[in-house]
Design a protein. Structure first.
Lengths: 244, 193, 460
């Protein structure tokens, strides 16, 4: 199985440890992982700001980089959802369509494709899960609190396989952290307030770490925690699942 | 072109291709209707009394309500405690009614709503203008949900009818529930065997 | 009603200057969301109800012209006078002409978001007609000379002490009295005299049944009924999208509406008005005001399925922390943000951007409107139509150009975190909105691609 590793631009630049953990984790499960070096960005920041008509070149580049793989795996639900919903190619429309069905967020790749049932990982800490909206309501990584439907959570199932890890309960299980791409600067006041409230829910319920499958949200909450000089840290789920 | 024709033409030009109405039946249990009705009714602020004879209403009324207040009822059996013919009155003259005792046609277990068509209301304004409202519902007319209620109503003709569920209420001030907004301050349900 | 030139972000910024108040507003509305959750979880078939209601509404949209004609014919047969208004102006003129015919200069009105959309009260006031809003929340904002901030909970932004002050001035309650029970009783007494003395009553419409020509109005207070049944003239204003095909379909919508709105199993009153009371006149005004245009927009027509429950507002994390007035449209929150641009793209261009696209709105919507997808799609339309600031547009074009060149991306990365330059929120200074309340991520020693290149080299 050949997997193309899709590392979102800001993860590459600011959170290399999450990307490294993703790569190592996949390799632990015997997957042949390649990082196509010419990748840049999926185009989501532009599209969500209303500029999807400018993402054509981004899309073509994405198709060139990833068409050859059996699966494309990425440690960010938001970027995966964007590719799944919006990747189009004028040059290779069929390839783009194919990619949309083969792109996976890391957690769902582990649970749905690799069908991981056990892990060798240890993380003796109290951890709160941040359900990123695009992973939750877009990729359906967990059941959504609004629906009348059976409970499930793919990230929780994986974290429960980690030795010593204790999951904390939140007062609001899946409220948005307020990042929202350019929303975080365009609507600074509301965005910051949402971030503060989300962080407070984790802190008040005793989290030592906040984890999730989307670093953009974690970056946002980290910014708030650091400003508050909090001891609580953010950590991508790949780093926990890869922790020994 | 009249606005009517303009609007209809614009709508016709804009509406998407015809889709069928869904055909769905919602299965419902008819078990424990009276208990379910009573639980919900109590939760929304109503008082429920199970009675086996209409005469029992009189004792409850005299114990629960101010004896000097004006009482109106659609039930001929209440004529010794209530006015039972108000058809010719100006609705404004009902301003001072303390209690109205009316017959409801259907009771719904899921939401404790009761179906009161105009004929049972005596005057449309009565169930609203009265300070307190009491509805008599036969246990045999309880149904599980709204779907069954509309099955019973079918294509019956009426000029006006309402589902009434509990006393008039508001929570517009800081989400604090207050009973007795504009209509009745209390609702009493007599579930008749 | 004051007009402002500030956008949603600027008004939210002002709203957020009082953080304890934001917390209070957020928690009050979240409480309503939790009540909704409790209510819907008692209905195992909830999702089936949502899907069915959505499909019924789809059928309505696909056959609306026939349903409108059917409804009109049945309403006329019921003795109702039916009027058609192409826009807000015509609606207001029709209402005014009916009142003029009856020499009425004072009217009671129950809640109708359509009349807010049409600014009916202002129009009638200019024409010497006094309107008393009778829903308690609406009465409160009317006394405060403000628009409602929420379609179901019009004065949810007001604290009881502020309402107490208003009532002290206007209704003569004791100074400092802020008990909701006492204030509600004062409003009851005051409005009862209005109900007893007004000869005309206007109501909104929750549902209109094509099959029977009847309309259904839902209230908890009983104010619509108190008004109508004591008046000589009943005027019901409704948007043309309020139709449903058959009476039995009310079963689906009434089960969904109030559970979604407030978590109650049903409103206290679901009143079915079919024929005028003997001696009474009943008018129904069917209003288009942009609805036929929205119906023609394939991506946005589903917004017309809305049954005005307000659940999307209660769940919206942005609405709860910015308040309804920051939207500057009669219908605030997520649903308002996809309805408003249809009426005036330029004026409401900020609204589709007042969202993180978290998607909670679409999940609580009882008729399954794809609200957050429509917000995304409106953004694309607004940018193409030129309603987004040129600075932002230039920045975005630069970003798009850069991302399409991997070589440039690598060089920029090496030369010290190109991100800082090209992502607008990544600059460490006081002018950067990110930095106001959040620290920057600490740049690591090397990027992932640098680490990966080294590893590849070492492998060889």
């Amino acid at each position: 199985m050949r997997v193309g590793l899709f590392i979102p631009c800001y993860v590459d630049q600011f959170y290399p440890n999450a990307a490294i953990a993703t790569l190592q984790l996949l390799e632990k499960f015997g997957v042949d992982v390649v990082f196509p070096k010419k990748q840049t960005c999926c185009g989501q920041p532009m599209a969500n700001s209303g500029f999807s008509h400018l993402t054509g070149d981004c899309d073509e580049l994405f198709v060139e980089n990833f068409a050859e793989f059996d699966y494309i795996v990425c440690p960010s639900g938001s970027c995966v959802l964007h590719v799944k919903d919006h990747l189009h190619s004028a040059k290779h429309p069929e390839k783009a369509k194919e990619i949309r069905t083969r792109v996976y967020e890391l957690v769902e790749f582990l649970t749905d494709v690799l069908e991981v049932k056990e892990l060798k990982a240890k993380f003796p800490h109290k951890v709160g899960i941040h359900q990123s909206c695009h992973g939750l309501r877009g990729l359906k990584l967990s059941q959504m609190s609004e629906l009348v439907a059976p409970e499930f959570s793919k990230p929780e199932a994986l974290l429960n396989m980690v030795d010593g890890l204790e999951l904390i309960n939140l007062t609001r299980v899946d409220e948005c952290c307020g990042f929202g791409g350019t929303f975080c600067v365009a609507e600074e006041a509301v965005s910051s307030k949402m971030g503060k409230d989300r962080v407070a829910d984790h802190v008040n319920n005793g989290a030592e770490y906040i984890t999730g499958a989307d670093l953009s949200c974690l970056m946002h909450m980290e910014g708030i925690l650091k400003r508050q000089k909090s001891n609580v840290k953010v950590i991508h789920i790949a780093e926990i699942l890869n922790a020994e | 072109m009249s606005s009517r024709d303009k609007i209809l033409a614009a709508v016709k030009a804009s509406q998407p291709q015809l889709t069928e109405l869904p055909k769905v039946t919602i299965p419902q249990s008819a078990e424990g209707l009276a208990e379910r009705f009573t639980t919900v009714a109590t939760a929304i602020g109503s008082k429920v009394y199970e009675i086996s004879d209409l005469e029992e209403i009189k004792a409850i009324v005299s114990a629960q309500f101010n004896s000097s207040s004006r009482i109106i009822s659609s039930l001929p059996e209440m004529q010794d405690i209530a006015e039972t013919d108000i058809a010719q009155f100006d609705p404004h003259s009902l301003e001072n009614v303390g209690l109205a005792i009316l017959k409801a046609e259907i009771g719904i277990a899921e939401n404790a709503a009761a179906w009161v068509p105009e004929s049972n209301a005596m005057q449309r304004v009565l169930p609203f203008i009265t300070q307190h409202l009491a509805l008599v519902i036969s246990k045999s007319s309880l149904v599980p949900t709204m779907h069954q209620a509309y099955e019973v109503i079918g294509d019956r003709d009426y000029g006006y009818a309402a589902f009434i569920a509990g006393p008039s209420k508001t929570a517009d001030i800081e989400q604090s529930l207050v009973l007795g907004a504009h209509g009745p301050r209390s609702m009493t349900v007599f579930l008749l065997k | 009603m004051k007009e402002t030139l500030q956008d949603h972000a600027a008004l939210s910024d002002i709203f957020n200057q009082d953080e304890p108040r934001v917390n209070w507003h957020d928690e009050t509305l979240w409480f309503v969301r939790t009540k909704r959750d409790r209510a819907v979880n008692t209905i195992p078939e909830w999702e089936l109800l949502r899907e069915t209601a959505s499909q019924i509404k789809h059928n309505v949209l696909s056959n609306l012209s026939s349903y409108l004609e059917q409804f009109e014919a049945n309403a006329i047969a019921n003795g109702v006078q039916v009027h058609w208004a192409a826009d807000a102006k015509e609606h207001n003129e029709i209402v005014h002409s009916i009142l003029k015919k009856h020499a009425v200069n004072r009217m009671v009105k129950s809640k109708s978001m359509l009349t807010e959309e049409c600014h009916l009260n202002d129009y009638l006031a200019e024409n010497g007609i006094e309107v008393v809003d009778t829903d308690l929340g609406e009465r409160i904002v009317q006394l405060a000379d403000e628009p409602p901030s929420h379609i179901v909970l019009p004065c949810i932004h007001k604290k009881k002490e502020e309402i107490g002050d208003l009532f002290h001035i206007h209704l003569g309650t004791a100074a400092g009295e802020a008990d909701p029970q006492v204030l509600t009783e004062a409003a009851r007494q005051d409005l009862r005299s209005a109900f007893l003395t007004r000869r005309a009553a206007l109501t909104g419409v929750n549902f209109a049944v094509a099959e029977t020509g009847e309309i259904v109005v839902c209230t908890n207070e009983g104010n619509a009924d108190m008004g109508v049944h004591l008046a000589d003239v009943h005027i019901a204003s409704m948007g043309i999208e309020k139709l449903i095909p058959e009476r039995k379909h009310l079963g689906f919508f009434l089960r969904l509406l109030t559970r979604s709105a407030t978590g109650q199993p049903i409103t206290t009153y679901s009143s079915h008005f079919k024929k005028p009371r003997p001696g009474q006149e009943m008018h129904i005004v069917l209003v288009d005001n942009g609805r036929s245009r929205q119906l023609g927009r394939e991506d946005f027509r589903n917004s017309l399925k809305c049954i005005r429950c307000g659940a999307c507002m209660n769940t919206c994390p942005v609405y709860r922390r910015s308040g309804g007035h920051s939207y500057q449209y009669a219908i605030s929150g997520p649903i308002g943000s996809i309805l408003a641009p249809n009426l005036d793209m330029k004026k409401h261009a900020d609204l589709p951007f007042a969202s993180t696209l978290c998607g909670s709105c679409s999940n609580v919507c009882p008729v399954k409107i794809d609200i957050h997808d429509q917000l995304y799609k409106w953004r694309q339309v607004l940018v193409k139509e030129g309603h987004v600031s040129p600075v932002k547009a230039a920045g975005m074009r630069g970003m798009a150009w850069m991302f399409s060149f991997p070589a440039f991306f690598n060089i920029a990365g090496k030369s010290g975190r190109w991100f800082m330059k090209y992502f607008p929120f990544m600059v460490n200074n006081k002018l950067n909105p990110w930095y106001k309340e959040r620290e920057m991520p600490a740049p690591p020693k090397e990027s992932f691609r640098e680490w990966y290149a080294k590893r590849e080299k070492n492998k060889k």
